[in-house]
Write a protein that binds this ligand. Structure first.
Ligand code: ATP
Ligand code: MG
Length: 381
């Protein structure tokens, strides 16, 4: 009798119809990737996935972060025979030290002589007879023992929540504007969780932003890569653009014009790296540059969809998510970012597109974008 991990994937994947195979294949590929370096055996029994390893805890730690996996259960594998199932179920109930229990059976193996209901009832009666001080409670039991009858039978009780979502790599690719702040790593995580591949761009204002600020962004990309596998981070020099804007444009338009340059570069890079969209960590109304008017004016320079998965979220909720996914502690490290250095005293909160376009005529926009991309650095994290 050995213990295995039952890997349950997101119910959404079941709904994919003819595409389901593709999603399953991608998910298996992603699981294989995260388990690199671990000794394990992948077991399929009538459409259910199991992983056997000497090091179950390590497998759990890694696989629970794979997008598309919704739940992991540590199961005891026994022969599909009633007496073996009864023994394993009894052991689970006794170990749980619960006062009340319930048995739930799922029988995919139709050659097993009892149906699901009959199995639950028979095994339940066996447990009642052999465990002391225990009662059945079907509405609110302290302990639920699950029985899956397939080629073999699998008995489990504990369920470990995994990240859910859809397999990474199934839904196109996006160019994530990744700053060192709290929001953009969360935005990237949410897109990746829907299966969208991430490329990241960071605008670096050397020497106004330090090497340590860049390291912080690299570290954030590395945390995201624990969920996704390798991520490319493009570090684009931004100082020249900011200097030109400061020199040639109105002070209250600095922020919005700067944001339009970020967008232009992200789109240009997206084209080069085959990302069909851009993602930012903006949330409506959070700061002056995130008013509806500002978002519209910065989208004007984009040639592809711009996704803002945090648009309707409160800051507190975003912070909680950042803590859950493990980026928060890095995000709050106090290094300067390029936007805080060049902040106008009274930024325009309702920029008008026509006026901004006119102001930008003083700049050689195409040249500036081209030069910044030529000089970028690439990191694989
Ligand atoms: P964050 O917490 O993600 O830094 P924020 O609340 O500080 O966001 P802004 O500084 O206005 O907001 O930035 C809005 C979005 O623009 C960020 O979420 C990010 O997607 C992008 N962004 C801002 N600064 C940079 C940068 N230096 N490099 C790359 N992207 C950036
Ligand atoms: Mg920021």
């Amino acid at each position: 009798m050995r213990e295995l991990i039952l890997v349950k994937y997101a119910p959404e994947i079941f709904l994919k119809g003819l595409n389901r195979n593709k999603f399953e294949r991608q998910l298996q590929k992603n699981i294989t990737k995260v388990l690199k370096g671990v000794q394990y055996q992948f077991v399929v029994d009538q459409n259910r996935w199991f992983i056997y390893s000497e090091n179950l805890q390590e497998v759990i730690n890694r696989v629970k972060r794979v997008f598309g996996v919704s739940e992991l259960c540590i199961v005891k594998e026994v022969e599909a025979k009633l007496e073996d199932i009864e023994g394993a179920a009894l052991e689970r109930v006794v170990n749980s030290k619960a006062d009340t229990f319930k048995i739930e059976t799922n029988r995919a193996n139709k050659t097993f002589p009892l149906n699901s209901m009959e199995t639950s009832r028979t095994v339940g009666a066996y447990v009642l007879k052999n465990a002391e001080h225990i009662k059945v409670n079907v509405t609110n039991p302290q302990c639920v023992v699950n029985i899956e009858i397939r080629g073999k039978a699998y008995i489990y009780q504990e369920k470990i929540k995994a990240v859910g979502g859809l397999p990474y790599g199934m839904n196109g690719s996006t160019m994530l504007m990744l700053s060192g702040g709290i929001d953009s790593p969360v935005a990237g995580y949410l897109m990746a969780r829907r299966g969208v591949e991430l490329n990241c761009v960071y605008y670096h204002s050397h020497p106004y932003t330090s090497e340590r600020a860049k390291d912080k962004v690299k570290h954030l990309a590395r945390i995201l890569s624990e969920y996704t596998g390798k991520i490319n981070l493009y570090v684009v020099p931004f100082t020249e653009i900011q200097m030109q804007i400061i020199e040639k444009c109105r002070e209250d338009e600095l922020t919005i014009i700067m944001r339009r340059f970020m967008m232009r570069i992200a789109c240009e890079l997206a084209e080069l790296k085959k990302s069909n969209s851009v993602t930012t960590g903006e949330s409506i109304g959070q700061v002056a540059s995130q008013t509806m008017e500002s978002l519209v004016v910065s989208d004007d320079v984009s040639d592809r969809p711009v996704f803002r998965p945090l648009v309707a979220m409160d800051k507190g909720d975003i912070m909680n998510l950042a803590k859950d996914i493990g980026t928060y502690d890095t995000s709050i490290l106090p290094y300067e970012d390029c936007c805080t250095i060049f902040v106008p005293k009274h930024p325009k909160t309702k920029p008008r597109l026509k006026e901004i376009i006119t102001s930008e005529e003083a700049l050689q926009s195409d040249e500036l974008v081209k030069k910044a991309i030529e000089d970028m650095e690439v990191y694989e994290l």
